[in-house]
Design a protein around this ligand. Sequence first.
Ligand SMILES: [Zn+2]
Length: 265
Amino acid sequence: MSARESVRQKASITRVTLERCPRCLLHLRLCLCSIVAPIELATRVVVLRHRREFHKPTNTGRLVPIALGASEVRTFDDMLQLGRVATSFDLTSSLTIVPAVSYIRGPNATGPGASTSILGFDFYGKWKPLSNDHGWPFVTLQAEWMQRDLDAAAQELEDGTILPSEQLVDRGLYLQGTWGFTRRWVAGLRFDWFEGDESPYTDRALDPLRDRRERWSTNLSFFPSEFSKLRLQYNWDDSEFFDADGSSLVLQFEYLYGAHGGHKF
Ligand SMILES: [Zn+2]
């Protein structure tokens, strides 16, 4: 036997004899799984692991969920990352605007490594003259636009076909104006719009969560007291999924019980 062959044979013996435990990934002779007595703690323990540690067999963090009942091992990619910046300007003594931007990113449930991010811009503006009667009259304008990028991991359907991974992009907005025309009365108008991009594997018109749709609505509210509200609202909806438009009428009564922000009424 040549020296090289002997080395090769030795290496293959090493590979066979040093089999790893499928649970903790340590060599069987180092595996502690059978002697670990799991402990139930009232506190949930989460180990944050660097993503490069994931494949390391010497990563002892893997023992944590084996030894502690309510515990788990996570990486930074498993956490939600979110940020929001908002600022307020008084354009005149009776006109204030609040523009803002928000972003959030985190893992989604379609498969390992798949994530979702949402970017949004919003705006609020209010006009209220300095001389007013308990806060009336006023005009507000509120708007928000957002976009979602969702990495959908590959899926196996019930009939065995594999849907490859794809990126789904949707976006939507709303615009809402209210007019407090006389004390205790507010009229409002609102527009909502949503649309998912076409993608090669999923037909958005067949998906009620990603089809194109819009709504116009108008409402009239009356505040009998500072704790209650009576509202009549009319909606007109048009959606690609239902392939038709529809109207609805809503009568709403709201009663607030408990702590509330200080304001004049
Ligand atoms: Zn083990």
